[in-house]
Design a protein. Structure first.
Length: 670
């Protein structure tokens, strides 16, 4: 290749003189030298023209271009665009080395690229950060390649400013990040769906339906529906509405992964309304609790409406704001009429002052039970028992009242009161009759016993007189039989009868006293009391070899003397009605049940047949009147009588031959 620089030929030098001085000049063929010279001149012009074109291209290029001397790493020949990008003049740039235009953070990477380049491998670097003269950073895609000139290696670098593109990309990435954060942070489940297949889901969506994101993504949405049919049916309905209006909102029931159903509010929109092929976004809110509350409310509403007890809601001005059908029926008003009224219109003895007191109590206790009267539309007044509850809702006070018609109960209570009064009078009468009878009958009994004694003494006297009397043998035998057998036997019957009568009368007297003697009700230390009872029976228990087991006993309320009597009678019976073969054992225990203390006296005696369990508490009732055990059939009657007065109870559980358990219930100590 001919370098025009090496041939300093100008138009001003005459061709002939060049020809003369040239050793190759041939005068005979002068015309061919002439041609060479002309070609050279043409080539030179062509080269100049090319250089101008190249220069114009170089300077007007939109990319920055400059060379780098690989040996010195200094820049050369920056074009105008390069100067603009870097903010330096061309002269200044030619003073700079490679690292001068790069921020320190990228030096290491840049040197690696440079090494590669120097080894002959062209380099492409995207979005390389470059520092301008004023310190600002811009980004450029750089293409660099190596070439040799006169034994020196140069790199030519083309710089395309991509700062704006990079900022756009960064902004896009930031927006994407923000979107991702929002996607995950919103308190609703979100899914991106394309052709009914999950593309993306957030954590709430997954958690709510029990799936992981991996399980859902790529899967069709049918897994959320209760059935294939529902999936098809809802799919059609949802998508047709979405197409029509661009958004859709629906309450649905979805199936959780574990099979249970969850209520959801689903809102769907197109991800990009301009390009519907990008799919849909569905936001899902858990409305299970709301649905449950709505259902509960409906049930409550149903219950209230069908309740047979009238119900009223009042506001703080005592206005009726809600009633049920039972209230309308009870008062004979329509619902509309009642909603125009105040509670004072239907309760003739209620007043604003009383209402203030009731509300004050209700605020403390939340609910209250009271009795009042209600008046029907036709003027009939009837007693009601009201159970009121207080409610403060949204700062407003309300009062909910259930008013039960207690006419029948009141009538029954009155009748019961009357009966009780009569019973009390009759009891008192009976007690005085028993007292008078037992007291007054004792006189004649004493007379009978006295005269029987008189007859016995007379008999002795007759016997003495007859001993010396000369009487025929048959008469003497007859008299002996009459006096010493028949009359004596009759006298014995009279004595046994009067003794029995006497013990019955004293028993009756004791029974009548139970109803009249004053009781002193106090807390009783039952363990001590039992020790006292057993102390007085020690001789008998030892004699019979009885083993008595007493557990720690709870205290109760009662009269010490009377409770002592109860336990004495029961233990005495356990001793009396012991098993003839079994060694006698008695167990005494107690427990508290609600408002009562229940004591148990259990023995391993002869037991009592079921049909006598109630009868044994009746007066004079004995299972074995002619048995070896002495008694009047009054002990248990007295026990029950005492317990009646102490607000207590007694009952028995037993079977013949299997012992008996007597249960005594007495009021607990409060
Ligand atoms: P009494 O002992 O004077 O006959 P009670 O009124 O005390 O009168 O008892 C009534 C009846 O109940 C007794 O005659 C007896 O038949 C039966 N009875 C009472 N306690 C027991 C007991 N622990 N075991 C078996 N029978 C009993």
């Amino acid at each position: 290749m001919i370098n025009p620089e090496e041939f300093e030929i100008t138009q001003k030098v005459p061709l002939q003189s060049v020809a003369n001085s040239c050793p190759y000049f041939d005068a005979s063929s002068g015309c061919s030298v002439q041609k060479v010279l002309e070609d050279l001149a043409r080539a030179r012009l062509q080269a100049e023209e090319n250089e101008q074109k190249f220069q114009a291209l170089f300077e007007n290029a939109l990319d920055g271009i400059m060379l780098l001397d690989c040996r010195t790493r200094r820049f050369l020949m920056p074009n105008q665009q390069m100067c603009r990008m870097l903010g330096y003049t061309a002269e200044e740039i030619e003073q700079l080395t490679l690292l001068d235009i790069l921020p320190p953070s990228v030096h290491e990477a840049a040197l690696k690229h440079f090494e590669q380049l120097a080894a002959g491998r062209p380099q492409q670097v995207s979005a390389q950060s470059i520092r301008r003269k004023d310190g600002q950073i811009f980004y450029a895609d750089i293409s660099a390649a190596l070439f040799w000139l006169n034994g020196t290696s140069y790199a030519v670098g083309i710089f395309r400013d991509v700062t704006e593109k990079k900022h756009c990309q960064e902004e896009q990435a930031r927006q994407q990040q923000e979107l991702d954060a929002v996607f995950q942070a919103v308190p609703v489940g979100i899914s991106h769906v394309q052709k009914r297949v999950f593309i993306r889901v957030n954590k709430i969506f997954c958690d709510f339906l029990g799936y992981s994101a991996e399980e859902l993504i790529g899967r069709d949405t049918s897994c959320l529906y209760r059935s294939k049919e529902e999936f098809e049916q809802w799919g059609q309905s949802l998508y047709s509405r979405l197409q029509a209006s661009g958004e859709v909102m629906e309450e649905l029931t979805f199936r959780h992964k574990d099979g249970h159903f969850v209520d959801v509010l689903l809102r769907g929109v197109y991800l990009d309304p301009q390009d519907r092929s990008k799919g849909e976004l569905f936001a899902l809110t858990d409305i299970t609790n709301r649905k449950r509350a709505e259902r509960a409310l409906q049930f409550t509403q149903f219950a209230v409406d069908h309740l047979t007890t009238p119900m009223y809601w009042l506001d703080s001005n005592l206005r009726i704001i809600r009633v049920n059908q039972a209230a309308c029926r009870a008062l004979g008003y329509t619902e509309e009429e009642l909603l125009q009224m105040s509670i004072l219109d239907i309760d003739p003895i209620y007043s604003r002052e009383k209402a203030d007191q009731v509300w004050a109590v209700m605020k403390q206790t939340e609910s209250l039970r009271l009795e009042s009267l209600h008046k029907t539309k036709d003027g009939r007044i009837f007693p009601v028992e009201i159970v009121s509850s207080y409610l403060n809702y949204d700062g407003q006070e309300y009062h909910c009242a259930f008013a039960q018609d207690i006419s029948e109960r009141k009538a029954a209570e009155n009748a019961r009161e009357k009966l009780l009064r009569e019973l009390r009078t009759k009891n008192e009468e009976l007690e005085s009759i028993v007292f008078v009878a037992s007291h007054d009958l004792r006189g004649p009994l004493v007379n009978i016993e006295g005269f029987a004694g008189e007859i016995r003494r007379t008999l002795e006297e007759i016997n003495t007189l007859l001993q010396g009397a000369p009487l025929p043998a048959d008469i003497s035998d007859r008299l002996q039989t009459l006096l010493n057998k028949d009359i004596r036997e009759s006298l014995q019957f009279i004595s046994a009868g009067t003794a029995k009568m006497d013990s019955l009368l004293s028993g009756l007297l004791r029974l009548s006293r139970v109803g009249t003697i004053p009781f002193r009700i106090e807390p009783l230390r039952m363990n001590s009391l039992l020790q006292l009872v057993l102390g007085t029976m020690r001789y008998e228990t030892r004699r019979l070899g009885a083993r008595i087991h007493i557990e720690p006993l709870p205290d109760c309320l009662g009269d010490a003397v009377q409770v002592n009597q109860i336990f004495s009678n029961l233990i005495d019976n356990a001793l009396k009605y012991r098993h003839p073969q079994e060694p006698l054992q008695i167990w005494i225990s107690g427990r508290t049940e609600g408002k009562e203390v229940i004591y148990t006296i259990r023995d391993n005696g002869i037991g009592i047949a079921q049909e006598h369990h109630e009868k044994i508490f009746e007066i004079f009732h004995r299972l074995y009147p002619d048995g070896p055990q002495k008694g009047e059939g009054l002990g248990l009657t007295i026990v029950r009588r005492i317990l009646d007065r102490l607000d207590g109870r007694i009952w028995v559980e037993s079977e013949p031959g299997a012992g008996a358990s007597f249960f005594v219930a007495l009021p607990v100590v409060r």
